[in-house]
Ligand binder design. Structure first.
Ligand SMILES: Cc1ncc(C[n+]2csc(CCOP(=O)(O)OP(=O)(O)O)c2C)c(N)n1
Ligand code: SF4
Ligand SMILES: [Mg+2]
Length: 289
């Protein structure tokens, strides 16, 4: 079994005291310890933002990519090495903004990776601007005070469901037990898994607080939700009013991308040897004389 010490990250944690990211990190660490896959089989991919610093704080193979591009990189890494468990940890600003196209198309393709969205309703790292998940009218550090955010938010769960994700859940960084259960199921799931994680940003977001989430979230599983019913899952995704559902919304089986591509079944792309001369010949062929 992998110990806590083995998973200790190399850098000092710079998140604000009280930030919801701390709970997500502990849940990730405990999930890795619980799952018992070898440490070297994990690849943790992130974008840019406070939540995306997570690879520095846990000892797993990591790629800290560009803002909005983590899912594209994760998909490539997965396809060349199908032995990896590829986990993407990104912020709401990153994935639901510049990265939204990648999220939708990876869902359509049912790429066998899992995406964990650190959803705090703001762009924390860049000082609290409203993110694509902020409610209409939310007044951020940079929006016009009277009007606030001038549009409706991206509904993360509904987007994932309509895109075609085959595992869709929502967690809360204050409910570690449930978050570990969601992470465990998402990593084990064969297909594209999305987990929206409600995460208070104590520095910039004064609405989506620990108190707010403790008072407004409830468990779908404790209320007898049918995870095989996509229609019902969508209904729950839009019922984000007084009470916010958490837990597994939907789960199904479908062919994954790697099975539908012409990838050699008896070997892997990571073992493929490329002759640089062959690559050069292709590039030369593209040059306009
Ligand atoms: C291509 C590109 N666009 C924009 C930025 C600036 N930028 C860096 S972090 C960030 C916001 C991150 O917000 P979010 O993903 O919600 O993460 P949080 O900090 O809230 O965890 C932005 C806009 C960038 N670094 N690169
Ligand atoms: S700014 Fe917000 S999201 Fe970033 S570390 Fe601080 S509390 Fe967390
Ligand atoms: Mg954010």
């Amino acid at each position: 079994m992998i110990s806590k010490e083995q998973l200790e990250g190399v850098q000092d944690i710079t998140w604000c005291t009280g930030c919801g990211n701390h709970g997500i990190l502990v849940a990730l660490r405990d999930t890795v310890m619980k799952l018992r896959y070898p440490q070297h089989e994990y690849l943790l991919v992130s974008g840019i933002g406070c939540g995306s610093k997570i690879p520095h704080y846990i000892n797993l193979n990591t790629i800290h990519t560009l803002h909005g591009r983590s899912i594209a990189v994760a998909q490539g890494a997965h396809l060349v090495n199908l032995d990896l468990k590829v986990l993407v940890h990104v912020g709401d600003g990153d994935t639901l903004g510049e990265g939204l196209g990648h999220l939708m198309h990876a869902a359509r393709r049912n790429v066998n990776i899992s995406v964990f969205i650190h959803n705090n309703g703001v762009m924390g790292l860049t000082k609290g601007q409203f993110s694509p998940s902020a409610r209409r009218g939310y007044v951020s550090t940079t929006s016009p005070p009277a009007a606030g955010a001038p549009m409706d938010p991206v509904n993360t769960v509904a987007f994932a469901l309509t895109g075609g994700a085959t595992f869709v859940g929502r967690g809360f960084s204050g409910n570690r037990k449930s978050l570990i259960s969601l992470m465990t199921q998402a990593v084990k799931h064969k297909g594209f898994a999305v987990v929206d994680i409600l995460q208070p940003c104590v520095t910039w977001n004064r609405e989506l607080t620990w108190k707010f989430y403790n008072e407004h979230t409830y468990s779908l599983q404790e209320s007898g939700h049918d995870i095989a019913n996509k229609q019902l899952a969508l209904e729950k995704a839009f019922s984000n009013g007084e009470k916010i559902p958490t837990g597994v919304f939907y789960k199904t089986k479908a062919p994954v991308l790697s099975e539908s591509l012409a990838i050699p079944q008896d070997s892997q792309l990571k073992e493929h040897k490329t002759n640089p001369k062959d690559v050069q010949a292709i590039i030369d062929g593209l040059l306009i004389p």
